[in-house]
Design a protein around this ligand. Sequence first.
Ligand SMILES: [Zn+2]
Length: 238
Amino acid sequence: MNKGFLNSFHSVHETQILDAESATNFGIGNYFITHSKSELIKKFADLEIGIKLADPVDTIIEKLKLFVSDYQPKEQYPDDKYCKESILQAIISFNQGGFGIGAILVDEKGEIIFKSHNSQIQRHRSDLHAEMTLLSDFEESPLAKKYMNVFTYKEVLTVYSSTEPCPMCLTRMTVAGVNNKYCSSGPDDGMNERTEGLPPYWKNLTEKYPCQKAKSSMMLQKIAHLMFYSGYLDNRWG
Ligand SMILES: [Zn+2]
């Protein structure tokens, strides 16, 4: 994700995207697109978790981190525990100077086996979105031997992303043969709602290894979204 990429989508696809969002986002309109630092900070304050409009950036993130760390997953939202962990990874990345997107890898028993986050800024790499960092570091780790045959996975693992994957990450996850669930929609850059345009081979792969919206609380969806846009807080996108 980078800001220029987002801007190009704003200009070309915004009308279409807002229509799709209003139909799917629980009647809260276009919440899942944020256009400016002031809009972002207002949304942080509107969470009603103690963040104030005048809080400095460090304080906003610290209050958010405390809230998410203490958040108790809700029984009616089975993916809450995984979305919480992916958001905590997003916060780690932000505090390292990176973009606020996290991802975790979960095995067939529901155990979290690997965690990571976007590291494009930290590692000076164009490809290291959260899901790409997660899978690349996992595959290079000693743990991968237990789960992999050459470059495919022995069992179907699931990546939980804090926000909807982009085209690159969705493709990478299908190549790896992992499923994906994401906490908040990416109406101006997410790929899941746009797989119809893929070549047949790749479209089949996305059906074999599906990418789906996670079942998580609206509070976690909102926080994941705000962390996605957290680069606005200190003009990190440049
Ligand atoms: Zn990506």
